[in-house]
Design a protein around this ligand. Structure first.
Ligand SMILES: Cc1cc2nc3c(=O)[nH]c(=O)nc-3n(C[C@H](O)[C@H](O)[C@H](O)COP(=O)(O)OP(=O)(O)OC[C@H]3O[C@@H](n4cnc5c(N)ncnc54)[C@H](O)[C@@H]3O)c2cc1C
Length: 407
């Protein structure tokens, strides 16, 4: 450790620069600042992009208990609950081609909820509000927004970046939390492994004749999974995975009544007929795992490091686990007096998160392959997994782990 590392950063220098104020970047900046690190955050969009009072965000996530606990710890949870949050107590999974169904109930686990359905932008807004609100704890982060990195250079002691307006920043560690199209990942030449599902997730908010019963529903169809996630206003947020051409067709349906009828049939009218639908949107479905989560003093977190199929509703949960892990690794390094950006420090993050994320992403991919197949042995295996109540078959146990956010 050199003398500068021992004394901490000089004025104008940072311990960590975070790029991207999505859930992963916002939470990481807040966590590190609360822990007393000197942090700068660079976000390309105007903060008004995620104002919560605007139209409801069609992109929602199911947050797992550990992710909620992190947001609570960071002081962002009360703002989310004051806006719109829908706890769900039950989950029901079934297959269009095989018998049986799988049910999970929070009470079996002695918990009040299995998870919480929240609009993406509410999470981003709550984190941003906490970032700009003075706090007695830790240090205040320096926010550059809207701003973008135009150049970067790494040397033995740290990493220097130049923003579009000429501002120069320097830090021990640079974190990309820029989402799936991370420009830093591309600039660093980090490739990724994975596949394109050739499908899109069609999302909308719908009202059904029957109540959603605080249950997250998922039906596996040969075309892909269809989820109905309960919203606090009684509607459901749907995530309907469809092959490209089918997704384009249902998105373009002029007549809402036709869309509702097709959706109801795809959902086996489990909640009765669909009576209304909001505007619709769609997201491409891809599996991507960065070959490295750390290169030099640069770290990838959240979707910048991994994109997973939304069938398990775990993308953001994985990103928030990256945040908790990096927070712990950097905190330990500071306690030991180590250089925060040294490889022997960051490799702990790389090892832990890359192996856990790979396991989760491959597990979700296996579920997608097994449930997307019409091959008779796999249909029989699914029937067995969904009907075996006593012994947990490997598939059932995998689904149970996914439902509990343990993967
Ligand atoms: C249909 C669908 C359903 C999903 N359901 C769930 C679910 O139920 N549960 C779950 O956990 N996850 C779910 N996910 C995944 C989840 O939405 C993502 O994993 C999560 O939002 C990613 O957060 P992030 O902060 O990593 O990235 P993002 O949300 O993409 O944020 C990236 C931020 O970086 C900024 N940025 C980008 N480039 C730059 C740059 N060059 N410079 C500065 N700033 C930049 C962006 O403006 C943005 O603010 C779902 C995803 C989809 C598509």
């Amino acid at each position: 450790m050199n003398e500068r590392a021992r004394r901490g950063p000089r004025r104008g220098e940072f311990d960590v620069i975070v790029v991207g104020a999505g859930a992963a970047g916002g939470a990481l900046t807040l966590a590190l600042a609360r822990d007393g690190f000197k942090v700068a955050l660079v976000e390309v969009r105007e903060p008004t992009a995620w104002r919560s009072e605007d139209e409801v965000d069609l992109r929602v996530v199911a947050l797992a208990p550990d992710a909620r606990a992190l947001l609570d710890d960071l002081g962002a949870w009360p703002a989310i609950t004051q806006a719109r949050v829908s706890p769900f107590q039950r989950m029901c999974v079934w297959d269009a081609q095989a018998p049986g169904e799988l049910r999970f109930d929070a009470t079996e686990r002695g918990e009040a909820a299995l998870g919480w359905i929240i609009e993406n932008k509410l999470i981003q807004h709550a984190l941003w509000t906490a970032l700009v609100t003075p706090s007695a704890a830790g240090t205040a982060p320096v926010l550059h927004c809207p701003a973008e990195i135009s150049a970067l250079e790494e040397d033995a002691d740290g990493i220097s970046v130049v923003l579009g307006d000429g501002t120069r920043l320097r830090a021990r560690v640079l974190v990309s939390a820029e989402g799936g199209e991370s420009s830093l990942r591309q600039r660093l030449g980090i490739t990724f492994d994975g596949r394109d599902y050739g499908a899109r997730a069609v999302v909308a908010h719908v009202r059904s004749e029957c109540a959603h019963e605080g249950t997250a529903w998922q039906r596996f169809l040969p075309t892909g999974p269809l989820a109905f996630l309960p919203l606090v206003d009684g509607r459901c947020s749907i995530v309907w995975s469809l092959p490209e051409a089918e997704a384009a067709r249902v998105l373009a349906l002029d007549d809402d009544a036709v869309f509702c009828a097709e959706l109801g049939a795809a959902f086996d009218f489990r909640l009765g007929p669909i009576t209304s639908v909001s505007r619709r949107a769609a997201f491409p479905l891809r599996l991507r795992l960065a070959e490295q989560f750390v290169r030099g003093r640069c770290v990838l977190v959240g979707d910048a490091a991994h994109l997973v199929h939304p069938l398990a509703g775990q993308g953001m949960n994985l990103g928030l686990r990256d945040v908790s892990c990096l927070r712990r690794v950097l905190g330990d390094a500071r306690d030991r007096g180590s250089d925060l950006g040294a490889w022997h420090v960051l490799r702990h993050f790389e090892r832990e998160r890359r192996s856990q994320t790979t396991l989760a992403a491959r597990g979700f991919d296996a579920i997608e392959r097994v449930f997307g197949s019409s091959s008779p042995p796999l249909v029989a295996l699914r029937g067995l997994a969904l009907t075996s109540a006593g012994h947990l078959s490997p598939l059932r146990s995998l689904l149970a782990d996914v439902a509990a956010g343990r993967l």
